[in-house]
Design a protein around this ligand. Structure first.
Ligand SMILES: [Fe+2]
Ligand SMILES: [Fe+2]
Ligand SMILES: [Fe+2]
Length: 430
């Protein structure tokens, strides 16, 4: 058994696979930008392995805001040359407010800001922002399918769009590590993975990156944010009441946090549908567990992946996707299934209002009596209903505050960027 249930490398792999589901181009762009950026920082020889890994992860996620602005239908050339501010701001806000990187998120905020406008802003990580801007455009440049970029683009734009010191660092790093050659083979991917194999992120760092990823996906729809968060909170409450050991509590945490990550591939029109879904829509909705499986299977510990992918199975075999029976489902898998139903009943969803406590308890009890869900977990929930929901309310209010904060901040930052954007547009003409 591995010492760590979920390793730093696992976190990187889950992020990669999720970006790949979002769009193959966004994934390969993220990987290449992260790799160029990593080589530039490494060449400076002043970053610890942990810092290098954290920065590489940030670079990998630099376009994560596109989840909100473009969903799974990303056109990289439009994203990176025209609609540059919206995804930069969301990416920054997700990293700043939902992950453990704090003010380093500034580098993402400014990854499309021209060098000769840097006097308009102040940022503790300006150097990294400059490196990221260059790495980003370097990959966009290397993709021949982006129109309007001439061959002497970088030579012409040095000192205007790109900082001369970033250009200098790029050239030194290339001379030193020959990373552009490595990008032509698959070898660079293995080298990236190696970065995350060498370090051990704290539990807080690991959880923070994953929570950011999950909430960024859910951010498209407020009710989905609440659902993921409450399923996680209820799963942990049930785990505590059922006296689950520490390692299994960790499995419950990761499994329940990631249980609906596959919803990244489900259209918003279905996620937020204000009525009962048609059979066809339901078929699409049910595919989210298949996508969750595609992301997690072979990446995470099997126990954790199964908790995530089996939350719609029922003890009598009437669930999906596999129609497994009680004897085939672990206790932890059964607990998350109860938590998922509790969350759906207790919260407002697009197709229903929140149910009052007595109704929630009644439905859970009858599902348990009908042999569909774990009886002991249901008893624990009903016996401790007030305590469980009170703890959850606190967490929900906290999450909703952060959610609103992100929306407010988005508007105010966007206003500032609009002014900068006009300057960026006209500066060459003045
Ligand atoms: Fe971007
Ligand atoms: Fe980018
Ligand atoms: Fe689900």
């Amino acid at each position: 058994m591995r010492a760590e249930l979920v390793t730093t490398e696992d976190i990187f792999n889950v992020i990669s696979k999720t970006l790949g589901i979002m769009s193959a181009k966004v994934l390969s762009h993220g990987e290449i930008v992260a790799y160029i950026f990593y080589n530039m920082l490494k060449e400076e020889a002043s970053y610890s392995d942990n810092e290098l890994a954290e920065w590489t992860m940030i670079a990998m996620l630099h376009d994560i805001g596109a989840i909100k602005t473009d969903g799974t239908n990303v056109d990289l050339s439009v994203l990176e040359t025209k609609n540059v501010w919206a995804h930069s701001i969301y990416g920054y806000l997700f990293l700043r407010y939902l992950s453990p990187v704090g003010s380093k998120a500034d580098a993402v905020l400014y990854h499309h800001l021209a060098y000769n406008l840097h006097n308009q802003i102040s940022c503790p990580y300006m150097k990294e922002a400059e490196y990221l801007t260059l790495a980003d455009k370097m990959d966009v440049f290397m993709r021949t399918d982006i129109p309007g970029m001439e061959r002497d683009y970088f030579a012409k734009k040095a000192g205007i769009d790109f900082s001369p010191s970033a250009m200098d660092r790029f050239n030194r790093a290339q001379k030193h590590f020959k990373f552009l050659e490595k990008l032509k083979t698959e070898a660079y991917r293995e080298e990236m993975r190696e970065i995350f194999r060498k370090v051990t992120f704290s539990e807080k760092q690991k959880r923070g990156f994953l929570e950011m990823l999950v909430y960024a996906i859910d951010f498209r729809s407020q009710q989905t944010v609440i659902h993921t968060m409450s399923t996680k909170a209820f799963s942990l409450e049930i785990g505590k009441l059922m006296r689950v050991n520490k390692r299994d509590m960790d499995a419950l945490y990761y499994g329940s946090l990631l249980h609906d990550i596959g919803k990244i591939a489900i259209p918003l029109s279905i996620l937020e549908c204000p009525r009962r879904l048609t059979d066809e829509e339901m078929r699409i909705m049910k595919a989210h567990v298949i996508i969750t499986d595609r992301i997690l299977n072979g990446v995470l510990d099997e126990k954790v992946a199964r908790i995530a992918t089996r939350h719609h199975e029922k003890l009598d075999g009437s669930g999906y996707p596999l129609g497994l029976k009680e004897t085939e489902l672990s206790n932890l898998e059964q607990y998350v299934a109860v938590a998922d139903i509790l969350s759906a009943l207790y919260s407002k969803r697009s197709y229903k209002e929140a149910f009052p406590p007595e109704k929630v308890k009644g439905i859970l009890q009858s599902d348990a009596d009908n042999g569909k869900i774990n009886k002991e977990a249901v008893k624990a929930v009903i016996d401790n209903f007030d305590m469980i929901t009170r703890n959850y309310e606190t967490e929900r209010n906290d999450t909703m505050e952060r959610y609103k904060e992100i929306l407010d901040q988005y508007d105010s930052i966007y206003q500032k960027f609009k002014v900068i954007d006009v300057k960026q547009y006209y500066r060459d003409k003045i």
